[in-house]
Design a protein around this ligand. Structure first.
Ligand SMILES: Cc1cc2nc3c(=O)[nH]c(=O)nc-3n(C[C@H](O)[C@H](O)[C@H](O)COP(=O)(O)O)c2cc1C
Length: 198
């Protein structure tokens, strides 16, 4: 049976000066051998692309990040020791994809494999229905920009929460694609590792 992890509500009133977060934001490639708590994962994923305005009869939901035509085409997958999970932001929960530990394939640099948490930003082209997306190249440009917003939110939360993080372009995408059981309409844009700072 597939596991569902119902995350605790994000601590949206957590205080940390925004300007300090900008000043402290850094790519850090070292971390303690410690797990990240469910509360931290909740905060981190909500910062990444949580819902700030639920959908109504007339309007689609809104996230903490913008996306072209509000496509919300980037899905965040979470690789942990216990398996691979997909974040469902509307329910604020994680759904298990499978129970394999795929963190060694998050990046090609050896040091990245020891990170407690791997995030994978996957573009779902089926969600890019607007007539403005004329071809796959335009979809890729958009997906890359939209991933950047998500990644930066994760960077800023990490800066505020004493976590180390690095976005990764050095990824064997075809290998990871297979290990994640993704379909043809899904493309891995970037990955990002997270751990507790030394
Ligand atoms: C799109 C992108 C891809 C990156 N890929 C990697 C990577 O594969 N491995 C890595 O160690 N750092 C990677 N980085 C991190 C950069 O090396 C880092 O942001 C840069 O050295 C500036 O450091 P700072 O983020 O601390 O300001 C990447 C950054 C970006 C924006």
């Amino acid at each position: 049976m597939m596991t569902t992890i119902k995350l605790p509500p994000p601590q949206t009133d957590l205080a940390f000066p925004l300007m300090n977060a900008f000043a402290l934001r850094r790519t850090r490639r070292k971390w303690l051998d410690e797990t990240i708590s469910e509360q931290e994962i909740s905060n981190l994923l909500w910062a990444a692309c949580g819902i700030t305005r639920p959908k109504t009869k007339r309007a689609k939901s809104r996230r903490t990040v913008p996306s072209a035509c509000n496509s919300q085409e980037i899905r965040v997958y979470v690789a942990m020791e216990s398996g691979l999970f997909l974040y469902y932001e509307t329910l604020h929960q994680l759904e298990e994809i499978h129970s394999e530990d795929i963190r060694q394939d998050i990046g090609t640099q050896k040091m990245m494999r020891s990170a407690p948490l791997g995030l994978v930003y996957v573009a779902d082209f089926l969600r890019m229905k607007s007539i403005f997306f004329k071809n796959d190249e335009q979809k890729m440009f958009t997906a890359a920009a939209d991933t950047g917003f998500i990644s930066q939110n994760v960077y800023l939360y990490c800066a505020a929460a004493g976590l180390s993080t690095a976005i990764l372009g050095l990824v064997n995408r075809s290998k990871l694609h297979k290990r994640m059981w993704l379909g043809e309409h899904q493309t891995i844009v970037y990955t990002q590792v997270v751990g507790r700072s030394l």
